[in-house]
Ligand binder design. Structure first.
Ligand code: HEM
Ligand code: FPP
Length: 313
């Protein structure tokens, strides 16, 4: 009841003037810092795997700065475009725009400045291929996903997930200036991981999405169907995670570690479908973040501690 009243209040705040005091923390919130940090880890792994030697800091630093700034810009545009629906969901109600801490004009300026800065950094100190691919990812997330897909189809996050999955490729092209099939394989991992990552949260927050009239899968097709899709994507992810070893990109450390992670994720998906408890969906969502983080750390460790493939033991 109290929550309902505060949601209503926030919607009204949004229409009123933006007169609350703002701080650097509000700008940081706009950038979705935790998401960007994980995106940067995947980009770093893309860079590392692109070369058998150490990545030169002259490429590593500007690539991370450029990709980070453009991802942060995309996240800020997402806050701007979604400000009205964010005001209607309990999870997003206190964000800088719906709470009135920042005005849309300030957010637009902030997003434009860091976005252009990121592009310039990539164009000048990295290469044009990476700059254009990162711009395409920004447009894919901030405009195609946020403005259109999110409101149009329950497949929104499957299609929109491509933008969030791009950073390993961006890291790879930053080092080599070319698109390699191994980089696409890393993209496929994040792409297949996204549906279980997001739909687990969407199951947990289904009522919120229904209230904001966002056609997320649990809203349009129901909780049970979504849980089945989560299970199927988790199985598919397990198969995709085997590919780096099968194509010779990664070794035994990766194989063992990723198999444990895949089975662990599968246990969550199975439990969610067949023996759910109150917090299973949210626990699976939280685990999904650890899953991707550890998986990419494993790729990195495996790359630098090269072992011969299992067949030669
Ligand atoms: C279309 C694709 C994706 C969708 C729809 C999605 C959706 C979400 C949502 C709704 C949250 C909760 C945010 C919050 O409560 O503040 C979240 C959290 C998170 N996501 Fe995703 N996500 C996607 C892709 C990704 C990707 C590609 C990554 C990183 C590689 C990622 C990393 C994270 C992290 C680290 C969090 C936790 C954020 C925090 O605790 O502040 N997500 N995601
Ligand atoms: C340049 C580049 C690599 C761009 C990609 C940037 C990026 C921040 C991708 C993350 C995807 C994400 C957090 C989606 C959630 O949006 P949502 O609107 O569904 O979630 P919300 O309700 O929490 O805002």
């Amino acid at each position: 009841m109290a929550e309902h009243a505060s949601i209503k209040g926030a919607s009204q705040d949004l229409a009123a003037t933006y007169n609350k005091s703002s701080s650097w923390r509000d700008y940081l919130t706009l950038t979705k810092p935790n998401v960007v940090l994980l995106l940067l880890l995947t980009a770093l792994v893309g860079m590392a795997l692109a070369t058998p030697t150490w990545v030169a800091w002259q490429v590593l630093v500007p690539a991370l700065v450029g990709i980070g700034l453009m991802s942060a810009s995309a996240a800020a545009v997402n806050h701007l475009v979604d400000r009205h629906i964010d005001a209607r969901m309990a999870r997003t109600l206190r964000r800088p725009l719906p709470s009135g801490a920042l005005s849309p004009k300030r957010v637009l300026t902030f997003a434009a400045v860091i976005g252009v800065l990121g592009f310039v950094v990539l164009a000048v100190w990295v290469n044009m291929l990476t700059a254009w691919l990162t711009l395409a990812s920004l447009v894919g997330y901030a405009f195609i996903y946020t403005m259109y897909l999110k409101r149009a189809t329950p497949q929104n996050i499957v299609i929109g997930g491509l933008a969030g999955a791009a950073p390993p490729l961006l890291g790879w092209t930053a080092v080599t200036n070319e698109i390699h099939p191994f980089a696409i394989l890393l993209v496929m991992i994040v792409f297949t991981w996204t549906p279980p990552h997001f739909w687990a949260l969407a199951v947990h927050r289904a009522k919120d999405y229904a209230k904001a009239e966002i056609p997320m899968l649990p809203v349009t097709h129901g909780i049970e169907f979504t849980k089945t899709c989560i299970l199927l994507y988790t199985i598919l992810l397990g198969v995709v995670c085997l590919l780096p070893y099968l194509v010779g990109m990664s070794g035994v450390i990766y194989l063992i570690g990723s198999t444990v992670l895949s089975l662990w994720f599968l246990v969550y998906a199975w439990k969610l479908k067949f023996a759910p408890q109150q917090h299973t969906a949210f626990s699976m969502f939280k685990f999904s973040i650890w899953h991707l983080m550890i998986l990419f750390v494993l790729l990195l460790v495996d790359h630098y501690l090269v072992l011969p493939p299992m067949s030669s033991f």
